[in-house]
Design a protein. Structure first.
Ligand code: ADE
Ligand code: ZN
Length: 340
């Protein structure tokens, strides 16, 4: 990493938010092994190093295959607690003050792990993270888009007893061939009960998926969204309607969405006025938590101090925090930027 000290310090100092983090994607190989031992599971790897060596992806699906397999070690409430607590410790080290966490209930309920176990384990950790680190957090329940809408509808139904425990619904997993409009009814139901809406779109899928995520699913922000620039009218719309994108630079690099970070369109979109944010997606698999994503993007794209401040502010505005909390964080970022 070659960014100068001033920008590195600025990145560390800014209070940061994480708006695109799959909690299952923060499962580090060390924890995979310790939970496998706890439950008597034989992993198809000899060592932690062998697991890391397998993290060589050529597209989204090649990653998802390992990601879903890794989830098998998550079985009881303590496991979900340990997973999320380890994430919060790392987030705290990066000066994250608020996190909106994706979780994939279908990955767990399909293995016989009850919804209640997943949500209560995560909730225990969220409560402890607030007490221990002062990090506030919310949960976003994601539907797996490679499965049917019926399955998503059943999942939403199953989660209804825990309605107060999550703030929004999301859409993830294999994008190609699974357009947002496949989930029109389940998003309508979710919005009807007051849930907010986000969706992955335009990661591997075309710009048209971003448009239907906005028009059909009525999402408030778009996860990834980097293929928007294939449609200049869509980019203009994102600017005009102030629709945030939760971009994940190291993920895009690892999953070959971009060949090289210096070719990433993040800076171009930022300079065009799109409300882009920086996030970590699945940090245990992609080689860096949110601070590292900021540093890598700043280095490869020559982001200026003022641009880094704008990105941090974008995240606050894009979050589901209440207005007073947003105002207070924006003023903290301004104070921290002025100290530079
Ligand atoms: N699930 C976990 N990470 C994902 C990503 N980057 N895209 C789609 N689904 C995911
Ligand atoms: Zn993601």
């Amino acid at each position: 990493m070659h960014i100068d000290n001033a920008r590195a310090q600025q990145i560390q100092r800014h209070p940061k938010l994480e708006l695109h983090l799959h909690i299952e994607g923060s499962l580090e190989p060390e924890m995979m092994f310790s939970l496998a031992a706890k439950h008597g599971i034989k992993l198809p790897y000899e060592s932690v190093e062998a697991v890391r060596a397998a993290y060589n992806f050529h597209d989204l699906q090649s990653f998802l295959d390992l990601y879903y397999a890794g989830c098998d070690v998550l079985r009881d409430r303590r496991d979900f607690y340990a997973l999320a607590m380890a994430y919060f410790a790392r987030a705290h080290a990066d000066n994250v003050v608020h996190a909106e966490l994706f979780f994939d209930p279908q990955t767990h309920t399909a293995r016989g792990v009850p919804m209640e176990v997943v949500i209560s384990g995560l909730r225990d950790a969220m409560d402890d993270a607030l007490r221990r680190y002062g990090i506030s957090s919310e949960l976003i329940l994601c539907f797996l888009r490679h499965l049917s809408e019926e399955d998503a509808l059943e999942t939403l139904e199953e989660a209804m007893p825990f309605r107060r425990e999550f703030i929004a619904v999301g859409l993830d997993s294999g994008e190609k061939g699974n357009p947002p409009e496949k989930f029109a009814r389940v998003y309508q139901k979710a919005r009807d009960v007051g849930l907010r809406a986000v969706a992955h779109a335009g990661e591997e899928g075309p710009a048209a998926y971003i448009t239907t995520a906005l028009d059909v699913l009525k999402v408030e922000r778009v996860d990834h969204g980097v293929r928007c620039d294939e449609d200049p009218a869509l980019v203009e719309r994102l600017v005009r309607e102030k629709i945030p994108l939760t971009v994940c630079p190291l993920s895009n690099l690892k999953l070959c969405v971009v060949k090289d970070l210096s070719q990433h369109n993040f800076a171009k979109l930022l300079r065009q006025g799109v409300a882009v944010t920086i996030n970590s997606d699945d940090p245990a698999y992609f080689g860096g938590y949110v601070g590292e994503n900021y540093r890598a993007a700043a280095d490869a794209l020559d982001l200026t101090a003022a641009e880094l401040t704008t990105v941090a502010e974008n995240a606050v505005r894009a979050s589901f925090l209440p207005a007073p909390a947003k105002t207070s964080l924006l003023s903290k970022i301004r104070t921290s930027a002025a100290r530079a």
